[in-house]
Write a protein that binds this ligand. Sequence first.
Ligand SMILES: *[C@@H]1O[C@H](CO)[C@@H](O)[C@H](O)[C@H]1NC(C)=O
Ligand SMILES: *[C@@H]1O[C@H](CO)[C@@H](O)[C@H](O)[C@H]1NC(C)=O
Length: 524
Amino acid sequence: MRSQLRCPPLRCPPLSRCPAAQRGPDVSPMRLTRCQAALAAAITLNLLVLFYVSWLQHQPRAARGRGPRRAAATGPRVTVLVREFEAFDNAVPELVDSFLQQDPAQPVVVVADTLPYPPLALPRVPNVRLALLQPALDRPAAAARPETYVATEFVAVVPDGTRAETPGQLERMVEALRLGGARLVAAPVATANPARCLALNVSLREWTARYGPAPAAPRCDALDGDAVVLLRARDLFNLSAPLARPVGTSLFLQTALRGWQVQLLPLRFAAARQPPLATAHARWKAEREGRARRAALLRALGVRLVSWEGGRLEWFGCSKETTRCFGTVVGDTPSYLYEGRWTPPCCLRALRETARYVVGVLEAAGVRYWLEGGSLLGAARHGDIIPWDYDVDLGIYLEDVGSCEQLRGAEAGSVVDERGFVWEKAVEGDFFRVQYSESNHLHVDLWPFYPRNGVMTKDTWLDHRQDVEFPEHFLQPLVPLSFAGFVAQAPNNYRRFLELKFGPGVIENPEYPNPALLSLPGSS
Ligand SMILES: *[C@@H]1O[C@H](CO)[C@@H](O)[C@H](O)[C@H]1NC(C)=O
Ligand SMILES: *[C@@H]1O[C@H](CO)[C@@H](O)[C@H](O)[C@H]1NC(C)=O
């Protein structure tokens, strides 16, 4: 293009003979010769053409850069965000093509942790982009953040296997979101597993997510199944883990915790013509990876127990094979209390199981025992372990120790019994400890007392307020008391027993184990 312009032949006289030049610095611009003017005009024209060509070439990129304003004014208001798909078998190209058919300018972001393999056959148009979340040495940090790729006000999170066939669905969802008052709106996808509405309570303190029937459907807390979910981009990217997988699980755990609701709309997206995961093997592989991802997600978000409508429970915490899920307790105040949480549900379950087992062994051997300390307090309050307690305490008659094989064994050293429980003499003093397993040190402590002049006493004492002598008449007789899902023996008149040990009003006024370090929020 530049060659179209030819500079006229230079006809100016040599500069030295120019009278204007001889007059030195006060030369006036008005004194240009015609020739010089023609040259300047040619150069200016040339530059203009250059700028125009360059502007044409940069037009699409410049428009992308101004994305938000342009999109708000004229273009799509929704970015289609594809996160939930398997790299090894998916229908993402069909999904993307179907949205581009509705609107060739539709912004689409496909999000993966690492470059999908085999490669995704995505259309090579500037409004379809691939975002890789895993940081890479040669890319800026912003490249690993999906919000970098979203310039629209709304985002539609679209699962693999979806196909856009009806024009204007996304716009209709935007209108429903703006008018309806729910923080999210959703449209089911006509797959084998279309979305349905669920109630969801998330309790961080109890490490628990409880799903149930949705009383106000089609508005609810969570969805189960395939749906296109639309929300404001600023809401999505203000979540703690906006695109953690599985998206269906992670999104609604976070939104339900914030009290945001989702409105299931009477719209429907079509299913892919060539659905993903069509073979049994692909489904098996996807399910296996999905389970692993889900377990990792729940652990990362601090959810250890999922309870489903109908009562099915899923545990994601510690077991006999793992270590205990909290470390050594310092100052009677376990680490989770400082995080505003109570005993993880798996630990409470393991403690209940150990307590029931130990009580069974003691009863079979004829060892007289009773609920002690915090365990008796929990039984008196609500028939269970105190929700932030980290062990179980039982008192036993010292003279009965010999009648229990496991305790005799523990006198000599550590014994692992046939059920995997570990019986041993505690290193901290003259008492016994039964651990849940060799690796998981959740435990029941057994405190041997002996009577002396009508008073129950022992030889070593811990620095605890409740670790004191008490009249034997509290044990004559022992009384049954519900505890941790079974019936255990307790001191008679256990209210007075507890007030003797802990102080008046202890049953009615719950406190953390060491209020000097950390006090129960809301207690006086
Ligand atoms: C969620 O909590 C509310 C209020 O405590 C309760 O009424 C509802 O039944 C709970 N729903 C589920 C699914 O647990
Ligand atoms: C993001 O969330 C925090 C609370 O988690 C809230 O205070 C803030 O206003 C939110 N920001 C936007 C842009 O919504």
